[in-house]
Ligand binder design. Sequence first.
Ligand code: SAH
Ligand code: SF4
Ligand code: F3S
Length: 455
Amino acid sequence: MSTPKRRYHISTIGCQMNKADSERMAGILDDMGFESSEDPNIADLILFNTCSIRENAEHKVYSFLGRQVARKQEKPDLTLIVAGCVAQQEGETLLRRVPELDLVMGPQHTNRLQDLLEEVFQGNQVVATEPIHIMEDITKPRRDSTVTAWVNIIYGCNERCTYCVVPNTRGVEQSRTPDAIRAEMEELGRLGYKEVTLLGQNIDAYGRDLPGVTPEGRHLHTLTDLLYYVHDVSGIERIRFATSHPRYFTERLIKACAELPKVCKHFHIPFQSGDNEVLKKMSRGYTHEKYRRIIAKIREYMPDASISADSIVGFPGETEEQFENTLKLVEDIGFDLLNTAAYSPRPATPAALWDNQLSEEVKRDRLQRINNLVSIKAAERSQRYMGRVESVLVEDQNPKDNTQVMGRTDGNRLTFFKGDISELKGKLVQVQITEVRAFSLTGEIVPVRETVLVP
Ligand code: SAH
Ligand code: SF4
Ligand code: F3S
């Protein structure tokens, strides 16, 4: 009888970058002969991939670990790992507070999981948080979807927004080479994937750290050049990218998106605040006028483009009037989607130390007001889909109604319609929209008519 495989369980919170990291670590564990398990309580190895963007992050880690630490008392060979941004931020502090941990590893060490585990299996407790050059991943990620996939193109962040932990947790920018990116996309195309989302914290900063300049003095490798370079990868029918920073968003990039049919007409460009004083205190490096010009340019080239963003309310010292400038920006632009958050002071960030913090009550009130406006504007934006025929890439069954399938429009609106998932998964189909809501749509598949040649 063969010995049963050791099982691993991965729990992930945080952004797409973290989810992509978890898929790569799952691939490494598969490669090492482990088997994945949904249930943490029967696993032999637990990996918690953490996020530190807002408060309570550390607290969540300790409460998640509590139960597993108790299990380890009965099962001493249980391996406990904390990865991701809290691991990077807290480092050895985590080991001191939870001595049962075997491995604490920052995001830059994702692709080294096998080496790190080998040290653990030799009986060591390991902390891997030093900055390193990120190696190319030679294993295959275990991807959650068989239709859409993430492809990292740039790691880290070189900005210094005064509220944000990411530069501390993810390190300096490191771009992958265009060839490595294209090779990964070609493999995805061969495996039957239809959509790729290129990922980076500031994706439009791609290539600044790669060698080479053009005769005009531009970087040789930019996101714009990369889009042209990977556009013809066969099998891949849609390309998305996120997140864009207004500081690096160029007209050249906008033109490329308009020109390249596979690039989805959806742009995620966080503005954070609609007030210039606040933007300056955040160290964002642009004004609301510049942000508005970027959106106007996008709409000039692609009138139907979807625009989404992130925004923070209740930044230290933000006055009622400054907050209203943010509302005005939301009102004027009319976002298809806006991720909003109340400012949260974070360890080792400048703004957390300022003495002009706002009360929780003011932050809560502003968050509620902006969210009301966001729903109204998103519902208005959804109206334009009514009656239209949209291309939808079918991803899955509707978990709430198994007679329906779901997918996304080019502009990233979630769309439901009647259909059989076994027939439609991974297909781009034409759907006539019959019902619109603020953040999703319902429609009916448009039958493809056979062309009959009459002699
Ligand atoms: N690199 C991207 C965003 C990365 S973090 C950019 O620069 O736009 C994702 C979002 O989390 C941010 O856009 C911001 O809106 C939010 N965020 C980051 N730090 C925060 C904090 N301290 N409090 C509240 N929200 C925060
Ligand atoms: Fe954080 Fe600013 Fe970097 Fe975005 S650009 S990850 S908000 S520091
Ligand atoms: Fe969170 Fe780290 Fe992403 S802090 S949002 S997981 S970069």
